[in-house]
Design a protein around this ligand. Structure first.
Ligand code: NDP
Length: 273
C-alpha cells in the first residue's frame, strides 16, 4: 500500500475505506470485512453515527491499533465544544488516540471554525491526535484559518472525482503543504459509466471503479472509497496495482463537468452533520 506523508511526518495509507451512509447496525460487520480485505485506513465521522461500529470492528479484528489509521470528524453543531466532542468520538471508537481529526465542514455562517481549530491544536499538542486537518474548506476558509492559527492543517478532505475536481482548491491546498484527500471518489457511482472510464477498464481488464481510483492515486491524492460489498471492497483496494499513463490520466481529467454530488461548503450549515 503506498503512503502519503503529511506535513508533520505522519504517514497515511493512500487508499482507505469510507463509512459514510453505512448504517450503524451494519458497521461492525462491514468494517471487519474491510480489515479482512486488507484496508488499514478507516474514515468515519461523529455525524455518521457509526464510530462505535468502527471501534468494535477494530477491536474484534485483533489487528494492533498502531497498524490502523483512523480518521474521524468534528460534527458541525459541536464546533464550540470540540474538546468534549473529540473525547466522545475517541470513547465511541474505543481508542486513546485518533490518527487524524478533521473539522467536518467550515459552516461559515456559524463563525466558529477558528475557535474549533484552536481546540484541535490543543488536542494535537497533547498527543491525543497524530494529525489535525479540515474538510470541505474552500480557499477563503483556508486563508482565514491560516491567518489566525499556528498549525497548518495536515489534510483537506474535499469532494473530488473526474466530473468534479476542484483543481484550483487542490493546487492551493498542496501549495500550503496540505495533503488533498478525495471524498466521494467514485462520484457516489456517477462517474463509473463515463465512456473514457469504461474503455480504459476494457483495456486493462480492470473495473471502472479501479480506473477511477487509479486516476486519483496517480495524482498523489489520498482516496477513501466506500463499499458495503466485500467483493467491491477488494476490487477497490486492488486499484493500487494499476498504473495509468500520463495521457490516460489526462483523458480522465478531461471529464470535468462541474457535477458536484455533495453539498456546497460555502452554504452547507446542517448542524446534524
Ligand atoms: P463513493 O464515491 O465512495 O461511492 C460509493 C458508492 O459507490 C456506493 O453506492 C457504492 O455501492 C458504490 N461502489 C463502491 N465501489 C464500487 C465498485 N467497485 N463498483 C461499483 N460501485 C461501487 O462515495 P462516498 O460518498 O461514500 O465517499 C466515500 C467516503 O468519503 C465516505 O464513505 C466518507 O468516508 C467520505 N465522505 C466525506 C465527506 C465529507 O464531508 N468529509 C462527504 C462524503 C463522503 P456499494 O456500497 O453497494 O458497493
Amino acid at each position: 500500500m503506498p503512503t502519503v506523508t503529511l506535513n508533520n511526518g505522519v504517514r497515511v495509507p493512500q487508499l482507505g475505506f469510507g463509512v459514510f451512509q453505512v448504517p450503524p447496525q451494519e458497521t461492525q460487520r462491514i468494517v471487519e470485512d474491510a480489515l479482512e480485505a486488507g484496508y488499514r485506513h478507516i474514515d468515519t465521522a461523529a455525524a455518521y453515527r457509526n464510530e462505535a461500529g468502527v471501534g468494535a470492528a477494530i477491536a474484534a479484528s485483533g489487528i494492533p491499533r498502531e497498524e490502523i489509521f483512523i480518521t474521524t470528524k468534528l460534527r458541525n453543531g459541536e464546533q464550540g465544544n470540540a474538546k468534549e466532542a473529540f473525547h466522545n468520538s475517541a470513547q465511541a471508537l474505543g481508542v486513546d488516540y485518533v490518527d487524524l481529526y478533521l473539522i467536518h465542514w467550515p459552516v461559515p455562517s456559524q463563525g466558529l471554525f477558528i475557535e474549533a481549530w484552536k481546540q484541535l491544536e490543543k488536542l494535537y499538542a497533547n498527543g491525543e491526535v497524530r494529525a489535525i486537518g479540515v474538510s470541505n474548506f474552500l480557499t477563503d476558509h483556508l486563508d482565514a484559518l491560516l491567518a489566525a492559527s499556528d498549525v497548518v492543517p495536515a489534510v483537506n478532505q474535499i469532494e473530488i472525482h473526474p466530473t468534479f475536481q476542484q483543481e484550483e482548491l487542490s493546487v492551493k491546498s498542496r501549495s500550503l503543504g496540505i495533503a488533498v484527500e478525495a471524498y466521494s471518489p467514485l462520484g457516489q457511482g456517477a462517474d463509473l459509466m463515463a465512456a473514457t472510464v469504461k474503455s480504459l477498464a476494457g483495456k486493462y481488464g480492470a473495473s471502472p471503479a479501479q480506473i477511477l481510483l487509479g486516476w486519483h492515486l496517480a495524482q498523489g491524492t489520498i482516496v477513501i472509497p466506500k463499499s458495503a460489498d466485500s467483493t467491491r471492497m477488494r476490487e477497490n483496494l486492488a486499484a493500487v496495482r494499476l498504473t495509468l499513463t500520463p495521457a490516460e490520466v489526462a483523458d480522465i481529467t478531461a471529464l470535468e463537468s462541474g457535477a458536484r454530488v455533495g453539498a456546497d461548503p460555502a452554504l452547507a450549515a446542517h448542524t446534524q452533520m
